[in-house]
Ligand binder design. Structure first.
Ligand code: ASP
Length: 334
């Protein structure tokens, strides 16, 4: 691509007219009038919420906040809180499956429209780690707090100590221990790590991601979810992306950051998600049969995309007043 065209395409994207960026590419310098017409007819879709997996209540909670004029940041935090409190969801918050030593450790991060970010990693005894991540972002000069330091900070901020290991997660761990061979479990069809992106009525974008990580992981293992650019990235000028699935593979390709950068260069959210999955599955010799990665993305215009390696990744999308669970397209159709 010639440099002039690239710049034209990139600046079109940052104006929030990604849908027509390829059309703009073919315009010559005299077609400014046509450009203006297209710009004025494209109305950004807002408010909007998109979240990984089948998370209708979380998305509805976020959507209500946006419809009442609340911020995208409040929406993603409150949406994630729903799944963290849901004990039946064994990959987020209370009731999450423990590590191989039987400890439930949680990871979360949040990123706002100003490009600020906060995260907590490997936190025990605190259910609402998404709110703790927000406190790190807003009330400390840091961006990440880990383990005991994060837990200490939580108590200072008034979070209550809770036992996160429910009876059913304990049973699952005890069953796993019978064989006890080290193989973190990745259920291709049903991860419930929640990554959420929202655009509020003012057009500001924020995102959040919260998880208990891989079931029966090694103690101390951290995945993509709390890592900026891995499990989540937001650039308010361009859009946002979030990931679920085998965090190691997401991290090795800096997946969410990659998707936002691809959108900056003019790709649609769908094209960007597909390319990010391509970066994983097209590595020479990569055996992707036994792991899943799924991405969601949204651009400034409110166009969305989703793509996964295997079938059965789904996402909830709230737009135009409707909240739907949608099955994602996927790579491995063999
Ligand atoms: N991405 C998460 C992790 O690797 C797991 C998941 O999405 O289920 O920690």
């Amino acid at each position: 691509m010639k440099r002039r065209n690239f710049i034209k395409k990139a600046s079109a994207t940052s104006l929030g007219i990604v849908a027509v960026s390829s059309t703009l590419m073919s315009f010559d310098e005299k077609s400014e009038d046509k450009k203006a017409v297209i710009l004025s007819t494209l109305k950004p879709i807002r408010p909007l919420v998109i979240a990984t997996w089948n998370t209708p209540l979380a998305v509805e909670t976020a959507a209500k906040i946006l419809q009442n004029g609340g911020s995208a940041l409040d929406a993603v935090e409150q949406g994630c809180i729903i799944e963290e409190a849901n004990e039946k969801n064994q990959t987020v918050g209370k009731g999450g499956l423990p590590d191989r030593d039987g400890d439930v450790t949680l990871d979360a991060c949040i990123m706002d429209n100003k490009g600020d970010y906060g995260s907590v990693l490997g936190v025990k005894n605190i259910t609402h780690v998404i709110s703790l991540a927000r406190k790190v972002m807003e009330d400390t000069p840091h961006v990440m707090l880990v383990g005991e330091g994060a837990e200490k900070f939580a108590y200072e901020k008034g979070f209550k100590k809770e036992n996160l290991l429910t009876e059913s997660s304990k049973k699952a761990w005890e069953n796993w221990k019978i064989k006890s061979e080290y193989k973190p479990i990745i259920n291709i069809e049903n991860h419930d790590t929640i990554g959420m992106l929202a655009i509020d009525k003012k057009g500001s974008i924020s995102g959040a991601c919260t998880t208990s990580g891989l079931a029966f992981k090694m103690a101390g293992r951290i995945g993509d979810s709390p890592i900026i650019g891995g499990g989540l990235f937001v650039d308010n000028e361009i859009g946002g992306a979030s990931a679920t699935g085998l965090g190691e593979e997401v991290l090795k390709t800096v997946g969410s950051f990659l998707i936002v950068e691809l959108m900056r260069q003019g790709k649609s959210p769908q094209e960007a998600c597909e390319e990010a999955i391509g970066r994983i599955v097209n590595k020479p010799g990569k055996d992707f049969k036994n792991f899943q990665v799924g991405y969601i993305a949204v651009n400034k215009q409110g166009e969305t995309g989703a793509y996964s390696i295997h079938e059965w990744f789904s996402y909830n999308l709230f737009k135009d007043g409707e909240n739907k669970n949608i099955k994602s397209d996927y790579f491995n159709k063999a």
